[in-house]
Design a protein around this ligand. Structure first.
Ligand code: CU
Length: 302
């Protein structure tokens, strides 16, 4: 464990294999339902990370976020090869390294949260400490499976009567991303329940200028009209949640078709065609393209 702590302080990603073994990453709802104590610790750790955004720690919130986008800053003094990232962050867009680049990046976020979860587990009362220690060991960064039904029967903008389409399953946004507050068991309350702000809902900027004004253009043409107080999803929609759910349900069919195509079409034997969006692909789409389509739907700022 000390080796991982030291590596982390040095800005090195070792991953969790040596300290927690190998485990599956789960869909966010699966983690929540199957490992509630782990999810509880995850929320506490994420809130703690987000509460010190301007920490100069190389594994601090703004430092981690800046690797992929904003705020624009050098990570540990290393200059970015920004030719492919639009001048922001280090993300390997439009290159063969697009898929593998994101794996150590997410492992870095995972390692950061895991170490916080381990520390938080130690602050719980003696009677619950060992349960939380074990819960931390179960943690792997969850993902959002866009094609997992979250409910039954939905109606969304489409092509049938009244311009609507209906489907027997609803692939809506996981609820944990939508509610303002959540109930957590906290060490401060002696493992009792406490109402807390939901860290998955939004991020409150510590000050209006914490993202410099000149950097906002990365989030698109309309960025001048975005809130400088907090992050928003579908900021210009009168009903952001409905817009997100509609987009996810509407894009599901073409998204699934594209992924199946990438599995079955021999054109994708070419790794470049599979991996990124600038290769001359004889068929349609790439892993990068499908990520962008889906990411662009729920959150215009990525
Ligand atoms: Cu990226």
């Amino acid at each position: 464990m000390e080796a991982l702590n030291q590596a982390h302080r040095d800005g090195v990603v070792k991953g969790l294999k040596d300290v927690a073994g190998v485990a599956d990453r789960l869909d966010v709802d699966e983690l929540l339902v199957k490992h509630p104590e782990t999810f509880n610790l995850f929320c506490l750790a994420l809130s703690e990370l987000m509460s010190e955004p301007e920490s100069k720690d190389t594994m601090g919130y703004f430092q981690l976020a800046g690797i992929h986008g904003l705020p624009k800053a050098l990570w540990d003094g290393v200059d970015a090869n920004s030719k492919h990232s639009g001048g922001y962050g280090y993300c390997a867009h439009s290159r063969p390294t697009f898929p593998p680049w994101h794996r150590p990046y997410l492992a870095m976020v995972e390692q950061t949260l895991f170490l916080k979860m381990r520390d938080i587990a130690e602050t719980f009362p003696e009677a619950s400490k060992s349960a939380y220690r074990e819960a931390a060991q179960q943690f792997r960064l969850p993902y959002w499976d866009y094609y997992r039904p979250r409910g039954e029967h939905t109606v969304f903008p489409g092509v049938f009567g009244n311009g609507k389409t209906s489907f027997k399953y609803d692939f809506s946004v996981p609820q944990i991303f939508t509610v303002d507050q959540i109930v957590l068991r906290t060490p401060e309350k002696g493992n009792e329940l406490e109402l807390r702000n939901n860290p998955f809902r939004l991020f409150d900027f510590p000050s209006v200028g914490s993202i410099p004004e000149r950097e906002w253009s990365i989030v698109g043409q309309d960025s001048a009209n975005f809130s400088r107080q907090q992050t928003q999803r579908y900021p210009f929609s009168p009903d952001p949640l409905k817009s997100m759910n509609d987009a996810i349900n509407k894009n599901r069919e073409s998204g699934v078709a594209q992924i199946l195509n990438m599995v079955s079409d021999l054109a994708y034997k070419d790794y470049d065609a599979f991996a990124h969006d600038t290769a001359a692909t004889p068929s349609s789409g790439s892993l990068e393209g499908s990520k962008s389509t889906l990411r662009g739907s729920p959150s215009p700022s990525g």
